[in-house]
Every structure is written in structure tokens, then in C-alpha cells.
Design a binder for this molecule. Structure first.
Ligand SMILES: [Zn+2]
Length: 421
């Protein structure tokens, strides 16, 4: 294993890192900003080389996890940190579609990952890469789900971990992080305060901060949501996707994922996927810019029950805004009440219990459907990114026993007037 100081790892499918603003290229290393223009770096692939080796058959013969797409990921084909993430169910949601007046709706159920959120996708890539670079400590700034995932994967890999979270997080997310035995640091502030502190710490400690110095690799994990969707639809793409937006990275990477599949010859036609974004009204800097037709994303102070989406200064906000506009999708922001209704609607119609972010996505689906942005003749895929048990407080007031009665037939009959025996 190489030391952190001379951490250069050669992957046959990767050309290097490329600045998303000015296009300058850099060697693969744990760096994340362009030294010329301070733009964010992303992984640049050799698509020619990938298209020569990859195929639908090769992918189908791969592992039943996101590692079946290793040709399109910036890690060698022998992943070091693997808890079995990915290949989550794509579920046809006819009862939900009927309630919303839509036609073909699918739920990509990413509550089914090892720590019950899509963040396992980005963390398994980031920490596998961190081991390649020779790091001994994993760290992150998190709104909760990332903390769960980093703590679990670090435990699995034998890495020490420092996970930084806002001190007002849901109990479920704190417990499901702390249980893995790493260091959990609760910061008296919001996510943007946590993130600022982590950027400072990243300059001092030689740690693998998954969403700071490992961010170019980490972000690539989100593409696998597009890869799986296309494979599960028989190598076709949806007409429209609805994606929750916090930093905006997930949304842009899902769109990039569909384009990459075409670029390496895995799709028959060029994908034309409309991408719509979902935010909570209490933290909607990207949705607000979209709705006001502005090019300026104004940072906000988050105030919403959808804490996993509570990023007031979104790092990839402009890229997400651009992706939605160019694809002809839409953006909506929904109230806390609508978020709870969305969680209950999905649970009641499809038997899937999503966290508050899922409530945001379902409420946005509903809003964009009633506005005519999402149409009944479209094949729609909705990304449900985290499990409801993580944010049980949101529905604790409205979800309880239908009746509490003494153990007698009389009491049951008094409580329930059942006609058909
Ligand atoms: Zn640059």
C-alpha cells in the first residue's frame, strides 16, 4: 500500500482528474479543487478504453452489487471496502401512480442498502479509494446518512473514523452512527458550520474526508443509481426522474450516469431523460433559483424536518440547476406538512417507509404531476434515498395504534364495526 504522501494510483479506465470549470487535468490524487481557478475536480475517464471492455453481459455476470459497474468507477476491480451496496429494488408503483393521475411510475428503493441510504454508494467508493491512497482515518461532514455509512464502512475496513454532525440531528441517525464505535463529533451549529470546520480540519490532518478531499471519487458512486435503473429497465432509460437535492451532486451524477452508459455503448439510443429536483421549502436554495428563473443561488439558513437535505449552501447547486433546465425538467419545494403527507402516501400505497427526504421527493412528484410538468404518458423513476426508521419522529404523532382496547371480544366489537366477516 502506498503512503499518503506519494499517493498516485493508476487505473486503466481513468485518465486523471479534470477541473469542471476550466478543464485543466491533474493526476489521480486525494485533491478536490483546481489550483488554477479553484473549480471542483471530477474524474476523467478513458471512454474509448472502457467501451472496448464493457458489455451488458460482462455487467450481468458481475457481483450483485454496484461493483458490477466497476468499469465505470474510479476504483480497481477488487474493492477493498464492500458491505454489499447497490442493486437495490426498482419497484413498479401502480397504486401510487393511480393516486397521482400518472401512468408508469417506478420507485428506486435505496432504503435497502447496508446502512439504509444511498450514501453507502458514495462511501464504498470513497473509502476503497482511501485505502488505495494509504489513509488510516476516515472522516466526513454529514447531515446524518453519510455519518451512518462512513462509521459502518470504516468499522468494516478497520479504519479509525471521525464523523462530524450537527448537534440537532434525529436520535435514530446519531445512534446508528455511534454504534459502530468510531468518533462522533456533534457540532453546535448547522451543516454548513460543520462543513466549514471540516474544510479547515482537512487542511491540517491527513485524513480521508470522504466529501472533501475524496469528493471527486466519492461523488462518482451516485452514478450507479442511473446504471442500475437502466439495467433494471432492460437497458432502457426512463423519460423522467425525480431526485432529492441537498448539495445537488446526486442529481447531476444520475444525469451523468445515463450519458456515460450511452457513451460506452451500453444503450441503443442517446438518453433523453428529463431530470426534476426536489427540495424542502425550509431549505430550498436551488429550487428557489429555478422558480425565480435566477442564475444566482442564494445561501439560506435551513429550517426543515428534512434534515438530510438541509444544506443551505449547496456545493453543486449550479450544476444541478443547469442539469434540470437543460433536460426540461422542473423543481419544486414542499412544506414540512407536505413532507409528512408524502411519507404516509408512499407507505400507504406501496409499502415503502421512507425518511423525510423521501417525503420531499414524493410530495414533489405530486406537485409536479398536478402542475403538468410530469405527464401521465411518461415513464417516471423516483429516487427514495433513505429509510423511515431514521426519522421516525416525523410520523410518530400521526402513526399509532388504530385503537387501544381491553382483551375482550366486546371491546373489539365496540371499537370496530365490521360488516363483512
Ligand atoms: Zn480550473
Amino acid at each position: 500500500m502506498s503512503a499518503v504522501s506519494d499517493a498516485t494510483v493508476v487505473e486503466p479506465n481513468v485518465l486523471g482528474l479534470r477541473c469542471r470549470e476550466c478543464g485543466r487535468e491533474f493526476e489521480v490524487a486525494p485533491i478536490y479543487t483546481c489550483e488554477w481557478c479553484f473549480g471542483p475536480l471530477e474524474v476523467a475517464y478513458d471512454y474509448e478504453a472502457i467501451s472496448r471492455v464493457t458489455s451488458r453481459e460482462r455487467i450481468a455476470a458481475g457481483p450483485a452489487s454496484l461493483w458490477r459497474y466497476a468499469d465505470l468507477l474510479p476504483v480497481g476491480s477488487n474493492p477493498s471496502v464492500d458491505l454489499g451496496t447497490g442493486l437495490t429494488p426498482l419497484v413498479r408503483a401502480d397504486r401510487l401512480a393511480a393516486e397521482l393521475g400518472l401512468g408508469e411510475v417506478w420507485i428506486k428503493n435505496d432504503t435497502r442498502n447496508p446502512t439504509n441510504s444511498f450514501k453507502d454508494r458514495v462511501v464504498t467508493i470513497a473509502l476503497s479509494k482511501a485505502l488505495e491512497f494509504g489513509f488510516k482515518v476516515a472522516a466526513c461532514a454529514s447531515t446524518g446518512n453519510l455519518a451512518n455509512s462512513v462509521a459502518a464502512h470504516a468499522a468494516h475496513a478497520g479504519l479509525r473514523s471521525y464523523v462530524f454532525i450537527p448537534s440537532n440531528l434525529e436520535q435514530g441517525k446519531v445512534v446508528t452512527t455511534s454504534v459502530y464505535g468510531g468518533n462522533v463529533v456533534a457540532i453546535e451549529g448547522n451543516y454548513d458550520d460543520v462543513n466549514r470546520l471540516c474544510a479547515e480540519l482537512a487542511g491540517i490532518y491527513e485524513w480521508a474526508f470522504v466529501n472533501v478531499n475524496m469528493r471527486p471519487f466519492y461523488a462518482e458512486g451516485s452514478k450507479t443509481l442511473a446504471f442500475e435503473t437502466a439495467e433494471q429497465l432492460g437497458w432502457q432509460v426512463p423519460d423522467h426522474v425525480v431526485v432529492p437535492a441537498a448539495s445537488g451532486s446526486l442529481l447531476t451524477k444520475i444525469q451523468k450516469g445515463f450519458q456515460e452508459l450511452h457513451r460506452v455503448g451500453l444503450l441503443d439510443e442517446e438518453p433523453n431523460v428529463r431530470v426534476s429536483g426536489a427540495q424542502a421549502l425550509g431549505c430550498s436554495p436551488i429550487a428557489t433559483a429555478y422558480i425565480e428563473e435566477s442564475d444566482t443561488i442564494r445561501p439560506v439558513k435551513p429550517d426543515t424536518i428534512a434534515k438530510s437535505l438541509a444544506i443551505g449552501n449547496p456545493a453543486d447547486g449550479y450544476f444541478a440547476l443547469d442539469a434540470v433546465r437543460k433536460s426540461g425538467g422542473g423543481f419544486a419545494a414542499v412544506t414540512d406538512g407536505e413532507i409528512v403527507d408524502g411519507m404516509e402516501l408512499l407507505a400507504r400505497t406501496e409499502g415503502i417507509f421512507a425518511e423525510t427526504a423521501g417525503g420531499v421527493t414524493i410530495a414533489t412528484l405530486q406537485k409536479l404531476a398536478s402542475d403538468g410538468v410530469i405527464r401521465a404518458d411518461e415513464r417516471v423513476v423516483v429516487y427514495i434515498t433513505g429509510h423511515g426508521l431514521k426519522t421516525i419522529e416525523a410520523v410518530a404523532q400521526t402513526s399509532g395504534p388504530t385503537a387501544t382496547i381491553p382483551p375482550s371480544l366486546d371491546a373489539f366489537h365496540a371499537a370496530f364495526d365490521i360488516e363483512d366477516h
